[in-house]
Design a protein around this ligand. Sequence first.
Ligand code: GLC
Length: 569
Amino acid sequence: MKHVFSTLLLAILILPRICSGQDRLATVDLKNNYWYKNSIIYNLEVGVFKDSDGDGRGDFQGLIQKLDYLSSLGVDAIWLAPFQPTPGKDDGYDVADYYTIDEKLGTGGDFAEFIYQAEKRGIRVIMDLVINHTSDEHPWFKNARASKNSKYRDWYIWSEKLPKNHDEGMVFPGFQTGVWKLDSLSGEYFYHRFYDFQPDLNFTNPAVVQECQRIIGFWLNQGISGFRLDAVPFIIEIPKTGTEKPKLDYKFLTDIRQFAQSRKADAAILGEANVTPEENENYFGGNGDGIQMMFNFFANQHLFYALATGKLDPFKKAIRETKRIPEASQWAHFLRNHDEIDLGRLTDKQRQEVYDKFGPDTSMQIYERGIRRRLATMMGNNRKHMELAYSLLFSLPGTPVIRYGDELGMGDDLRLRERISVRTPMQWDDSKNAGFTTADTAFRPVIDFGEHSYKKVNVAQQRRDSTSLLSWTTDLIRLRKSCPEIGLGNYKLIEAGSPFIFGIQYELAGETLVILHNFSDKPQRSEFTMNGNPLLMDLINKNDQKPNAGKHTVNMPGYGYKWFRVAKD
Ligand code: GLC
């Protein structure tokens, strides 16, 4: 009894001190196993990040040299684009061997060193897992073609005759004419949802599923913390069901999640599936036993509509419709990624409005649904608009994923084919080839023209300028990290008194955040009420807001953003 009293007394004495200011959050259980819920994920391609040996291509040793840069930016996890041996016809998304490192990027030893150095800085590594298809140069496929009796024959999907719907369901319309290709060797057609050099694996074959588990086990053993699972809807689609809408095998997702966690308890899987919110529930699984994290493509395309037009309703609806997810699940939010912005779920009219603003020239558009530009060029380098977009990304309910170079405002090169336009080498400084390589020629050209040339946009220059986009992004990441409510708390959208203002409120362990974004380029006034009329502490500009006559009135500049935490007495 005495013991209980003294503990209580101690709690009464100590708690008020812990509970002042930001320290209050120190008392919150941050659920360590859910590391992916409050991480900053940075996506990069080793081949275009930093070249260490002067051969013109980035490599793992180069990436190791730049880990301190990523660490100082505040990155918690690196998502590596495919780095395995490949013919490189789809920039590595055509894998020819799942168990080694592309020798152009380094050795297994370099990889191990990279993982060690990343771990030392508290940075996790997740990697692309491209298992829907292999390269047509993968030995499994070569074997499968060579003989119908090959043990690998049934690892792929074959048809003796050209199926009726052979020219439907292409992922890259305009660049792909069908989804079945005649194999000249065996005389049968094989199935490929993506390019014709990417034959789909047959997941109804248990041997294929088992092999995928082996791949997962292998890389977890090499120190990987999780996977970005490529093309999920096509992995789980059961082809040849003869029905209009193919059946989907969601159990596969639960199984690989379970397998991954049986090998490493906190391994996480981040799925790529541009599907509707209802469909998405099946990917997370009823009890959250499916894939832990999914990219919120649905919100992303409505967000671009809002950024292009200032019209917020469809975006608010998308955020509301993607709200209900299981406890262990998490959305990954992003602005731009390594692909096109996919606007396929907007209406034709909405898509046209986004094209008009962000990609008016047909050379900027692709696959009859998207835009192949980076954020900075789409926004005409308008710093305020870019800040609005980034501040919003970091304040959305989920885990933010950023693309290398966007922290600097890097541009794109529309002369490069398809999506390679947004995959140019990282711009480190203003020396030849942007400090990316000492070779005379980089394997992919650096951007050396216009507003986004490496002479104008590079890390070295922005790092010593406290007003640069890089300095601003670094501060924003620090701010995001002091607000775990966003990754872990409950949220609701608030009516913020203007059709142009997006307001969101988070709650976690008695803490409350209110974040406002003005999508108009003109100043707007935000008005809202809050229970108890609290003081709002401005987390960016020390511009605290006192309520007046029972309501808060916040003047928002054009494209302005405000982050507040509710003060306690
Ligand atoms: C995913 C990737 C894309 C790749 C495709 C085929 O959509 O994001 O870059 O081309 O899968 O693997």
